[in-house]
Design a protein around this ligand. Structure first.
Ligand code: SF4
Ligand code: SF4
Length: 475
């Protein structure tokens, strides 16, 4: 079938044209040792203008060692220029693992009869949120399987309300991102009204044929409905959307090119690219063996994907979860990752009390099992500033407003002070004494780097007030 490629089309098969992806891969393969072309692509990337999916695919395929070095160095540079040394922290909260879909890579698939099915009541959610607040989290991503009977939109909305309403000691969840199945414009409007941050939906794979095999049953089988979900989310008023693929299901170069085509489509149609991109790799889980998927990628390729994404979409946050080990996370933090999860549980419940062994309901095995406090200290010892900032959407800086600030570089004036003030809150309320000592010293050093004297004075004053018990300052 000869389907045209059109980034502005509302149809999935046209904005993620299979033929265009294949031609891109062919072009990248042909150009992978073309030092002149790669040099000129890198030159464009140095101007921070981002790259097209074709250009980025050439970099991903590049086999020239010295050019690869340049790619990694540039990714690191762009990360520093746009995101400084800050890393935003969040945690997932699984509400329910009831699911009517048949995804073959996920243990929540409908045919799995032995995994315990759980759906938290509002009281259980309350307890989990208090436990998350007591860890120090301010930003969470809620997750739920697709099940119109057990997890209707009303349940999700009620849960969001519950989460935002809980005030325990100095704790508060200030941003709820939502990762639920593709839905209607009407339901996206309701999520927007509920005050969600980012709507996240992983594509899993962009290859339609493979997608249909991997999703043999259930509403998720419909490739077009799933792939066009972000368009509906935008039409519903959600202007911060998070893309992602599950690396390991399909040839990674295919996914990479298509992921960028999706980003280009959103930019072309709505004037705003994705707010975040997640890069999960398939992990072991209840009845899932990652070795049964033959497209798994090495740590080196994973690092290259992150670096090439950083260069190609400099204004889009990159998220890495606890699926990845401490060592892998450390490597990619330098290449462009701007958000990580910490202290995560991937089961339904499990923050307030650990799940009994015979009732485990995890969606995948966590690789990085450290506590949030260990992660905070580790980040600081690596020279990063852990941030619990949630300021933007609370200040109405979403969608194109956010992107304009980002592109002008002005967002830095908000991110850095907000990182210091939210870190201070964490240190005062939740940190172990050694973490607090490391953090207080870091804040003093970082304060001195704020270029504007006026802002430095405001932040210094706010830090003092935080020490006296006041909370929630932001720019
Ligand atoms: S990936 Fe999502 S939709 Fe698929 S089975 Fe798991 S929870 Fe359900
Ligand atoms: S100021 Fe905005 S962009 Fe910066 S860390 Fe906070 S929420 Fe993120």
């Amino acid at each position: 079938m000869n389907i045209k490629y059109d980034p502005k089309s509302p149809k999935a098969e046209e904005f993620i044209s299979h033929r265009e992806v294949l031609e891109t891969l062919e072009y990248a393969e042909k150009s992978k040792n073309d030092a002149g072309l790669i040099g000129s692509i890198l030159e464009k990337a140095r101007q921070r203008r981002g790259l097209s999916h074709r250009e980025a695919s050439v970099l991903l395929a590049c086999e020239l060692p010295e050019k690869n070095e340049e790619i990694f160095a540039l990714a690191n540079q762009i990360k520093n220029d746009f995101y400084g040394n800050r890393i935003v922290l969040f945690a997932p909260l699984y509400l329910s693992n009831y699911c009517v879909n048949g995804c073959v890579y996920c243990p929540y698939h409908i045919k799995n009869r032995h995994i315990p099915r759980k759906k938290m009541t509002q009281e259980e959610i309350r307890r989990e949120v208090i436990a998350l607040q007591d860890m120090g989290h301010k930003r969470i991503a809620i997750e739920a399987g697709e099940d119109p009977v057990n997890n209707p939109i009303e349940y999700i909305l009620e849960s969001i309300d519950t989460i935002y309403s809980i005030r325990h000691k100095n704790g508060a969840i200030r941003r709820v991102n939502v990762n639920i199945a593709a839905t209607t414009v009407e339901n996206y409007k309701k999520l927007k009204e509920a005050g969600i941050g980012t709507y996240i939906l992983f594509q899993e794979t962009y290859n339609r044929e493979n997608y249909e095999k991997l999703h043999p049953t259930g509403p998720k089988h419909d490739y077009a409905y799933h792939t066009e979900a972000m368009d509906r989310a935008m039409l519903g008023g959600i202007d911060d959307v998070g893309l992602g693929v599950l690396f390991g299901l399909e040839n990674y170069r295919y996914e990479f090119a298509a992921l960028l085509m999706h980003a280009e489509h959103l930019e072309a149609v709505f004037g705003v690219g994705p707010h975040t991109i997640s890069v999960p790799r398939i992990r072991p889980a209840d009845d899932i063996d990652p070795s049964s998927f033959d497209n798994s990628i090495s740590d080196d390729i994973f690092a290259k994907i992150v670096a090439c994404l950083r260069i190609s979409v400099p204004y889009t946050g990159i998220i890495v979860s606890t699926r990845e080990s401490k060592a892998t996370r450390e490597r990619v933090l330098h290449l462009g990752v701007s958000q990580i999860s910490g202290g995560s549980k991937t089961s339904v419940g499990g923050y307030a009390e650990p799940e009994p062994e015979d009732e485990e309901s995890a969606q995948f095995e966590v690789s990085d099992r450290r506590t949030l406090d260990e992660i905070v200290r580790w980040l600081m010892e690596l020279g990063f500033v852990p941030s619990f900032c949630t300021a933007c959407y609370r200040e109405g800086r979403t969608g194109d407003r956010f992107m304009k600030l980002c592109k002008s570089g002005k967002i830095q004036y908000c991110c850095h002070p907000n990182a210091l003030m939210t870190l201070k809150e964490y240190l005062e309320d939740y940190a172990a004494p050694e973490t607090k000592a490391v953090g207080d010293a870091l804040i003093q050093r970082e304060l001195a780097t704020i270029p504007s004297e006026k802002i430095r004075q405001i932040v210094t004053g706010n830090l003092l007030k935080i020490g006296q018990g006041m909370r929630d300052f932001r720019f």
